[in-house]
Ligand binder design. Structure first.
Ligand SMILES: Nc1ncnc2c1ncn2[C@@H]1O[C@H](COP(=O)(O)OP(=O)(O)OP(=O)(O)O)[C@@H](O)[C@H]1O
Ligand SMILES: [Mg+2]
Length: 361
């Protein structure tokens, strides 16, 4: 990398050395290994953060006085490339760069370097550790405000049909992927899946009920899109005292704000973080009959009410629709972990039921 391409934040000589080494390795031809990166960080390394079900690996390292996070995806995978492009796009239009320091795409691996924020605790971690709603609330509000700033400065009006088409294509693709897992088939396409004693419909059926009704699609689909984080669930909101940052933005098409409000609803109402942390009990009581009890943190109950009130009924319904679709869309990515995926599918079914109630009520 030539010096001009190294942002001023890497003026710290120690960091400059690490970034040079990473850039060199990333552009090498053989695919790198995790071990080679760990070895290369040498005495800069603090720890490796094992995160969940993800194509990237995260290393914490120290350079000079500052702790950093290195996120790398080995080989030519696209997920981290999109994330890097999100940061570059935000910076190109003068938006805050958050924790981002530098990054590089390469054939051996793609990497990002971020400033480390706090001790890596997320809003989900805080909620699961029993923080009160009052303490959680400020972080949620700040994260939502950051997203609103991004959106305000990039938004544009588009036909509802355009927004709907992008969303529907994504869900249809994931339904097709999901149905290739035999155990998921009834949860997606079943006429009746009994959840905690309530006879409900399979996820894909509920989704079809919405998309087949033009007036409902129009009601639930916003006609404005812009740059947003694009994966702002409570496991991607970092907390440190009263400071808040959002990580793990998802590059891709511009999106409506309802998309990320849906991620928040998915966390605070749908128990997404609790399921990821294994904090749920699940029993299959008969064929297509389940009992599920998710330990959604008590602090989140008040946040769910706050979100609903703050958004008002209409925007809340739009967020709820997104939350239900998020549960549906993520199933194939989790499908190798069967129990967790069943829990996610059941939460999605319950979320569609809430949407039905909200639309009826
Ligand atoms: N800049 C940072 N400062 C502190 N902690 C961080 C930072 N970036 C990431 N982390 C920690 O690493 C975790 C995973 O990061 P991130 O969400 O970017 O990766 P991921 O591969 O998408 O993982 P996941 O699938 O868990 O979302 C975060 O939840 C957080 O705990
Ligand atoms: Mg994440």
């Amino acid at each position: 990398m030539d010096d001009a391409a190294i942002p001023r934040t890497t003026a710290e000589p120690d960091l400059r050395d690490v970034v040079r080494w990473l850039t060199d390795q990333a552009s090498g031809s053989p695919p790198a290994t995790e071990q080679a990166i760990t070895d290369g960080l040498d005495n800069h390394l603090i720890s490796i953060v094992r995160s969940h079900n993800t194509p990237s690996t995260i290393w914490r390292f120290r350079a000079g006085q500052q702790a950093y996070v290195l996120k790398a995806q080995l080989g030519r995978g696209t997920v981290l490339r999109r994330e890097l492009r999100w940061y570059l796009r935000a910076a190109a239009v003068g938006l805050p760069r958050g924790l981002f320091v530098v990054g590089q795409e390469g054939p051996a691996f793609t990497f990002l370097v971020l400033r480390q924020f706090g001790d890596t605790a997320t809003l989900d971690d805080a909620a699961l550790a029993g923080w009160t709603a009052d303490n959680l609330h400020g972080h949620l509000r700040r994260a939502a405000a950051m997203n609103a700033t991004l959106f305000r400065r990039t938004r544009r009006r588009v036909p509802v049909e355009t927004v709907h088409r992008v969303a529907a294509r994504r869900v249809a693709k994931r339904v097709a992927e999901g149905t290739s897992y035999p155990y998921l088939l009834p949860l997606l396409t079943g006429q009746t899946v009994t959840v905690n004693g309530r006879p409900l419909q399979g996820l894909a059926r509920s989704w079809r009920d919405v998309v087949d009704r033009k007036s409902v699609v129009r009601l639930l689909t916003p006609a404005e899109i812009g740059l947003i984080f694009g994966d702002m669930h409570c496991g991607n909101i970092l907390v440190d005292g009263s400071g808040t940052e959002v990580v793990d933005p998802r590059g891709g098409p511009l999106l409506p704000t309802a998309y990320d409000l849906g991620k928040l609803v998915q966390s605070v109402e749908g128990g997404y973080g609790a399921i990821m942390a294994g904090r749920y009990r699940l029993r299959c009581t008969a064929e297509d009959e389940y009992e599920i009890d998710v330990d959604t943190p008590p602090g989140y109950a008040a946040l769910a009410t706050w979100l609903h009130q703050g958004l008002g009924d209409h925007r809340y319904q739009q967020a709820l629709y997104q939350a239900a679709q998020h549960f549906l869309a993520m199933l194939p990515h989790h499908a190798s972990a069967r129990r967790e995926t069943v829990a996610l599918a059941l939460s999605g079914i319950l979320q569609f039921e809430r949407l039905r109630e909200a639309l009826a009520g």
